[in-house]
Write a protein that binds this ligand. Sequence first.
Ligand SMILES: C[S@@+](CC[C@H](N)C(=O)[O-])C[C@H]1O[C@@H](n2cnc3c(N)ncnc32)[C@H](O)[C@@H]1O
Length: 217
Amino acid sequence: MVCLSEITHSYVENYIRSILPDQEGLLKEMEQYANDNHVPIVHKEVAALIKVLTKSVQAKKVLEVGMAIGYSSMIFIESMGKDGHITTIERDDKMYELALNYIEKAGIANQVKIIKEDALEVLKHLEGTYDLIFLDGAKGHYNEFLEDCLRLLKKGGIIISDNILFKGMVATDDLVTRRKRTIVNRMRDYLSYISHHPKLETSILPIGDGVAISYKK
Ligand SMILES: C[S@@+](CC[C@H](N)C(=O)[O-])C[C@H]1O[C@@H](n2cnc3c(N)ncnc32)[C@H](O)[C@@H]1O
């Protein structure tokens, strides 16, 4: 019998995870911390996708919403190289302190700007242009982040939105719990919006917890 994870067949997910190389050093230590302390960080196959996309669009300026302990920020920096820079937003005090520590330990503090505030406020006033934007904050707010992200994203840039299938709930009512109904409805609106937006070309992938990639025309 084929066993299903919420997004795809478990055997497919397990196979992909087994074939991708494991992280080493500090990233491995961070994975262990995240695992032990239930901090949600990008899945292994999503980290691999981030690396490929960052290199493909030759991103040098990334904006991230939702830093947690800084794991994905570090993946972005590693992919961009020494002349890359990430601005990342995190509202949680504890996550901020942990991320700060890891970023210093990695010796990349000069390439990372952490803004410790709610992204809903920060994005309204943020200036500049970014090559790539990674949305990995509160799932119910992607709609509210989007207009500012579109303003901040350069033409030819991409937005990567993580967890868009939300444990499969976004794809079928059968999995939706009552408490998650609002978030699921908001995420469905978001996916419909970015899929039909005249300025975007969007692809939705059933990997990790679901990832959407949107290219700005
Ligand atoms: C899934 S975790 C981020 C994981 C990280 N991107 C990684 O893969 O290593 C989501 C984080 O977003 C933060 N967050 C959620 N909504 C936010 C908001 N509106 N503004 C700033 N941070 C937010 C949470 O505190 C949490 O640490």
